[in-house]
Design a protein around this ligand. Sequence first.
Ligand SMILES: C[S@@+](CC[C@H](N)C(=O)[O-])C[C@H]1O[C@@H](n2cnc3c(N)ncnc32)[C@H](O)[C@@H]1O
Length: 236
Amino acid sequence: MKTKSIWGNPPKRLYKLLNIIKSENRENPEVCIVGCSDGKFLMPFARAEIKVTGYDIDEIALYGGEKLFPVKEENKIYAYNAKFKSKDYPLEKRRVYGVCERLQLENLEAFANVKLLDFYRNPPNDKFDLVFTSCSLHYSKNAEFSLLDKVQKLGSIVKKGGYLYVDYMMAIDEDDYENYPDSKFFRKGQIKNMLSDSFEIISIKENSYPSFEGAHVDCVKDHFHRFGYIFARRIK
Ligand SMILES: C[S@@+](CC[C@H](N)C(=O)[O-])C[C@H]1O[C@@H](n2cnc3c(N)ncnc32)[C@H](O)[C@@H]1O
């Protein structure tokens, strides 16, 4: 039985990373997804029979349970406006699968190791061939740690010769530190100076404009994001 993430399907770039790991013929490669949620980015590795570890602080996303979803009659897209105010949508509880249930249903438990762990508070000592995180850095739970500290913790679990991939949130108004505090939101070009000279940057992309995101589970109002991502390799 093939299961689905409540966050939809992973983007093509996830499969590019998976193919890099496969094509290099590494001996028993190990991947780590920091903030694995219900497995959107973890399941493709397990399905490819690549050993994958996932950490998250969200018990429902790991083990299953009920979450609140906004109920919308239509999916409208809005253009960015600094004064934008979202509608209040009615909410309904739905049962969601956790990543552990998904692994069991797809008979993939042998390829995955999922742990309830606050990664930025307690980074493990393990090392991985690929460390991947998508939008975990800005969580309020992690706001007491600087972005530099969090990026370095991610870098610390990458093996020599291994890769680091980070999707991150950027400040929509870079001068506004109240709504976009610097412990949560990156400014343009900031992340590349946070990786030590142990890393070479392979690619970096930072959007100049915010993109619209409709209300969804865990963020039940329509909102805007400005994203960036970095892909780097540990060379020493
Ligand atoms: C934005 S969600 C990922 C959602 C989805 N996979 C996507 O990007 O489409 C980021 C995940 O990081 C997790 N997270 C945030 N801070 C964390 C921490 N300190 N340790 C472990 N997981 C964390 C959250 O619980 C959440 O499940």
